[in-house]
Design a protein around this ligand. Structure first.
Ligand code: AMP
Ligand code: MG
Length: 300
């Protein structure tokens, strides 16, 4: 059920979460499907609702650097610089985890992904619960991420007791993910915070396998097919639609990053045979959009 966000509905949502239930809530990136990150049985419900394989680690949302540090076994200088500069905001930091973070949250990895979201409803919800919230995007596995409460309702409405409505997501694409758990920082996923912006602060980033669109991904959770509309997505120059197909054309360079998923949701609902995408240029500001479109167009 979609509920407008208010002090009362946020308190109700927090009570559900403390009771081990799921709540979908807005963040500035996309809507999240949240559970108490310290309750393994609650987190199991996220995987069940999404149909997501448990080899895919979840991002844990916190309301302060203090809460983040309480889940981290180590807090390197790079984590402190990145968190001070970009939190609250669309950056996930992967650090070594404390033992009390359940393995199901991290897909058995010794590391955990952490972020402070900037959406006021998300922040108020975490504060009200007093616990960190594990929350992947609130959609079924491999589907398009939701940027409005209605998108969540369409995908998971029958599986989540409460969807807090916080309007359209302002960033509209998933967070940039950086691992600072090893000797050198590694980019695991492109997002709206670009590689040059990160490198200006902490020096050269290694590009993890996830950084190369279309390549097989060694990092957990980086399934080649992901972020997909139901309508087949084709890439101009690589794919040719059948001659009689009703095709929607999308020139990705003309679409604001924040509006990409919204537009894909709309095109998907219009019932075309295919969506033919002209990729934006291969430059840092389009890296996240190229990554998501490449995976949305993957066959497997
Ligand atoms: P989603 O929650 O759907 O936005 O996906 C979370 C993504 O964060 C995963 O697919 C990984 O790319 C990344 N992630 C989260 N936790 C970790 C971790 N411990 N190690 C590596 N990547 C992680
Ligand atoms: Mg997702």
């Amino acid at each position: 059920m979609i509920c407008p966000s208010s002090t009362e509905t946020i308190a109700e949502a927090a009570a559900l979460l403390r009771d081990g239930q799921l709540v979908a809530f807005p963040t500035e990136t996309v809507y999240g499907l949240g559970a108490n990150a310290l309750d393994a049985a609650a987190v199991r419900r996220i995987y069940d609702a999404k149909g997501r394989p448990s080899t895919s680690p979840l991002i844990v949302h916190v309301d302060s650097i203090g809460m983040a540090r309480s889940l981290a076994a180590e807090w390197p200088d790079a984590a402190e610089s990145l968190a001070s500069r970009f939190w609250p905001g669309p950056l996930t930091l992967v650090v070594r985890k404390q033992l009390h973070v359940p393995d199901i949250v991290t897909a058995g990895l010794p590391t955990v992904g952490l972020r402070i979201p900037s959406h006021p409803v998300a922040l108020q919800l975490i504060r009200c619960c007093g616990v960190p919230l594990a929350a992947p995007s609130a959609n079924r596995f491999t589907e398009l991420s939701p940027t409005r409460a209605e998108h969540v309702e369409r995908s998971l409405g029958d599986r989540v007791p409460m969807i807090l409505d916080g309007g359209a997501c302002q960033v509209g694409i998933e967070s940039t993910v950086v691992s600072v758990a090893g000797a050198r920082p590694v980019l695991l996923r492109h997002g709206s915070i670009t590689v040059p912006a990160l490198e200006a602060l902490i020096g050269q980033l290694e590009l993890g396998s996830a950084a190369e669109p279309g390549q097989p991904h060694a990092a957990p959770g980086q399934h080649p097919k992901h972020y997909s509309p139901r309508t087949p997505l084709l890439i101009a120059g690589r794919d040719t639609p059948p001659a009689d197909a009703r095709v929607a054309h999308l020139h990705a360079a003309d679409v604001a990053e924040a509006a990409l998923y919204e537009l894909l949701h709309t095109l998907d609902a219009e019932g075309h045979d295919a969506i033919l995408v002209t990729m934006p240029p291969d430059t840092p500001e389009f890296a996240a959009v190229r990554d998501r479109l490449t995976r949305a167009a993957a066959r497997e």
